[in-house]
Design a protein around this ligand. Sequence first.
Ligand code: UD1
Ligand code: CA
Length: 448
Amino acid sequence: MSKPPLLIVVLAAGKGVRMASATPKVLHQVAGRSLLGHVLATAQATGADLALVAPPAEAVRVEAARIAPGIGIFEQSRALGTGAAVLAAEPALRRHRGDVLVLFADAPLIELATIERLIGTLQGNALAVLAFEPADTTGYGRLIADDAGNVTAIREHGDASEDERRLRLCNAGAIAFRVGDLASLLRRITNANAKGEYYLTDAVEIAVAQGLRARPVMCTPAEALGINTRAQLAEAEAAFQARARRQAMHAGATLIAPETVWLSFDTRIGRDVTIEPNVFLGPGVVIEDGVQILANCHIIGARLRAGARVGPFARLRPGADIGGGVHVGNFVEVKNATLEEGAKANHLAYIGDGRVGAGANIGAGTIFCNYDGFNKAFTDVGKGAFVGSNTALVAPVKIGDGAYVGSGSVITKDVAADALALGRAREEQRHGWAAKFRDRLGRRRTQG
Ligand code: UD1
Ligand code: CA
């Protein structure tokens, strides 16, 4: 039997005033991705048709189209409540024949398997309500259930009686519907409540009065976290990190102090990787098998190939491609540059917009001078080359394979393979000069 088609309506409008921010609430980030991005990516993974109810903000449309190209976007210009928000997508509801799932874009941690359980519960039930028991129930809608455990109503916090407020079971926000005509069900919702809003949650009571059945589906508090405040944003970040660290360790990485390692939504970590304390991994990082990241590194948009070792205190920026067995040491910054197999830059260097050939050595204090105030230019260091300490390579410039560059050089012209380049003042020595100097000054002092 084939499954009925599914439409997922993601709600991302509303006021979000408690974030105290000029940025729309759903564009705030967890693990380097917007709240909206998390929810859309998970929704997309179901293969369902998607509709988004967005606030009138260009940035929200751009983000939605980036994550889910071609998504139907419906604007809700006045935040009249979650029930009114779903109705803003009415053209999509009308076109659709099948189940409808409503997700909130401010609850970013919902998992694919949970969505599948919700949809599965529609076999034999008209509504499936995602439920959880938070440590602090403040602000969440309480589920009112009958003796059989069916949900009969959802009471919003502001409208709940003392007794109802004591209920622990809360609405996580995701509600799935298998009803003939969701739009007309939603149109029966009124705004006679504490907030003067059209609550989506009232659809439960209305449906039950029509003889339909609503079942709760449980999930964990971490997964259900809805973000209305920056404190909840930080809680969601913590929950995400806890999950991502566990996954990394499960997949074969050693995190010596897991609670000090920050991962992003798309971090990829291989087996037998070791990550020491205080490491930040921003978006776009790929860490292959056997890599070692020593303490205190900041890494974004970089690939670390098998067996590379970076840090302590290394900074890898977007486009850093660290080859197999490469060593990048303390206070080395790499941006948009490839370090090929076995190359070394062990101390204090800036390697920006360039290539370091296999086995080449970049001495302490080497700077790739890639920027003239207007344009960026490329530095190419050949394989097996040796760049002495405190060298400025003024791009565009090419150091041939196996060439030597003397310490303290400023190199502005290409260096041939296997040549020695010196670009510094010639050293001079005057024998006995210091002794004579001391002698002369010493005599003057005794005379004076
Ligand atoms: C909502 C639920 C509550 C649940 C909680 C879970 C309602 C009435 N209440 O409360 O039962 O426990 O989520 O986190 O549904 N939105 C719109 N347009 C609007 C209003 C909201 O698109 O007019 C969007 C928001 O962007 C947000 C989501 O809907 O993503 C939920 O709205 P929010 O105002 O955060 O609802 P809560 O008060 O948290
Ligand atoms: Ca919310």
